[in-house]
Design a protein around this ligand. Structure first.
Ligand SMILES: C[S@@+](CC[C@H](N)C(=O)[O-])C[C@H]1O[C@@H](n2cnc3c(N)ncnc32)[C@H](O)[C@@H]1O
Length: 474
């Protein structure tokens, strides 16, 4: 590896020219700290980053840079590792992990940002000094210069050329584990929409917009807000700062994906609410949908019980419910046992089941590397048990929404199909697509027979929520 300067190094001045040369720039230091914490302690970037930005007292511009660098690097980590391995001439598991974090951050700047290459390399070398030895610093310098010697397009050709088949190629280039690409392909195939796979994988790597909900009856969207295309209570803030809006509203305006709003409203608005109805949110943590259910229950004269087995998450549910002036007990029970002990008590039940979360990869970029195929088998057993319990807890004639934030067929259609088979004749599918469409002001492009809804990031710009409404025969 020579020490020749990369040809792109003359593209323009460094954005960071004004700070002390030789020392890492604070936005990059924050991004590196978060990458390290995500790798070392399974931290979640979205929970960690705001605190780190505040602690470093970053300016708004630097906060935006730290955010872009952190999420951008985490999203494309799998791809950058392939580039780094080729440039370094060794697999990434043979690179000191703290230096690998620096290399990933540097690769992101070189391959996917407008940061001038010399700034990307120099800043990375400065970061490497904070985590590695002199030889480690030289290694980072050499690897990044080698990466900078080729254009982003050349790297894509090289990395793509290593793949043995199309799924592997897509997995490598879009930074997804291959098993997830296969699962997503099968889900789209089931809709006859296999050709959309590259768009879906790209959407997973696109930062989601900050979407908010106005809890019905408790708040209205502020002036200047842009209404959502599908959710009647959803909006984006327009020019307003979402954080300020949330605080000023006391929590009646809050961040919530449009798909999550549709899932909750499908249950509450599928048919008119009879005063006195009893509702259950069986797996409520952290409480986003519970808050919307509570507002809807309040408006319709129903009551709601929220349940969450993990105490810390139950506490989050209590906080989420605080803006709604309805007394909602929050139970901390295993939903499987709870369902069986409250047989036939509830008119409407939301089962927003624990799942792989493959529908929210754009929101939690690190999650794709933490899940394994074996997790699917474990989760589907739990999903089946929870669904059976929910069916028991449902009143005859009651309505149940089975929801996942995953489009994996094993967690969605298979769970519902098996439940219909096991409960021969007891359950009846409800036309979920018609219900969801009736909420929306624009036509939803949905596939399937109308009994179930699968939303998609690339088609609907929502998380990939799956919603199936079922009713229990009276
Ligand atoms: C997909 S999340 C629910 C998200 C929630 N509905 C919202 O909108 O904020 C699933 C939740 O189920 C909880 N959970 C997992 N196993 C459970 C069980 N056996 N009984 C009750 N809750 C469970 C998890 O801790 C997690 O908080």
């Amino acid at each position: 590896m020579s020490d020749r300067r990369p040809s792109q190094g003359r593209r323009g001045p460094s954005r960071t020219a004004s700070h002390n040369p030789g020392r890492a720039q604070p936005a990059r230091q924050v991004a590196l700290d978060v990458l390290q914490a995500v790798r070392e302690s399974d931290a979640y970037a979205n929970l960690l980053l705001p605190g780190r930005i505040a602690r470093a007292q970053l300016s708004p511009a630097d906060a935006a840079l730290a955010t872009e660098l952190t999420y951008g690097t985490l999203r494309m980590e799998g791809y950058y590792d392939r580039v780094i391995a080729r440039a370094a001439g060794r697999t990434v598991d043979r690179i000191d992990p703290p230096l690998l974090d620096v290399l990933r951050l540097g690769a992101h700047q070189l391959l996917a940002t407008r940061v001038p290459p010399h700034a990307a390399v120099n800043e990375s070398v400065a970061l490497a000094r904070t985590v590695g030895s002199r030889s480690g610093t030289g290694f980072v310098n050499g690897v990044l210069r080698e990466i900078g010697r080729h254009t982003p397009e050349e790297w894509q050709q090289r990395v793509g050329g290593d793949a043995k088949n199309e799924d592997e190629r897509l997995a490598a280039l879009t930074s997804h584990p291959a098993w997830i690409v296969r699962a997503l392909r099968r889900s789209l195939e089931a809709e006859g929409r296999e050709a959309e796979l590259p768009d879906l994988l790209d959407a997973d790597n696109t930062a989601p917009r900050v979407n908010l909900v106005a809890l019905p009856g408790l708040a209205d969207p502020p002036s200047g807000a842009r209404p959502d295309r599908y959710s009647p209570v959803g909006f984006t803030a327009g020019g307003g700062d979402p954080q300020e809006l949330m605080e000023a509203s006391g929590g009646a305006l809050r961040v919530q994906d449009e798909g999550s709003q549709l899932a909750a409203l499908a249950l509450t608005r599928a048919r008119p609410v009879e005063p006195g109805e009893r509702w259950l949110d069986l797996c409520a943590g952290p409480g986003g949908k519970a808050a919307l259910l509570a507002a809807e229950a309040l408006a319709g004269g129903a009551t709601l019980v929220a349940n969450e087995v993990v105490p810390a998450r139950a506490e989050l549910v209590r906080r989420a419910l605080a803006p709604v002036p309805l007394d909602v007990p929050v139970w901390e029970r295993d939903g499987v046992a709870l369902g069986r002990e409250h047989a036939g008590e509830f008119d409407r039940i939301l089962l927003d089941a624990p799942c792989t979360g493959l529908g929210a990869l754009r929101r939690r970029p690190e999650a794709r590397w933490r899940k394994q195929p074996k997790d699917v088998a474990e989760l589907t057993r739990l999903q089946e048990a929870l669904l059976d319990a929910a069916i028991v807890a449902l009143k005859p004639g009651g309505l149940l929404a089975y929801v996942t934030c995953s489009p994996h067929l094993a967690e969605t259609h298979a769970i519902v199909d098996n439940a219909l088979d096991r409960n021969d004749g007891l359950l009846e599918p409800v036309g979920t697509a018609g219900v969801v469409q009736s909420l929306a002001s624009e036509r939803l492009d949905l596939a399937g027979d109308g009994d179930r809804v699968q939303l998609w990031p690339h088609r609907h710009v929502t998380d990939a929520m799956f919603i199936a409404l079922l009713t229990k025969r009276a």
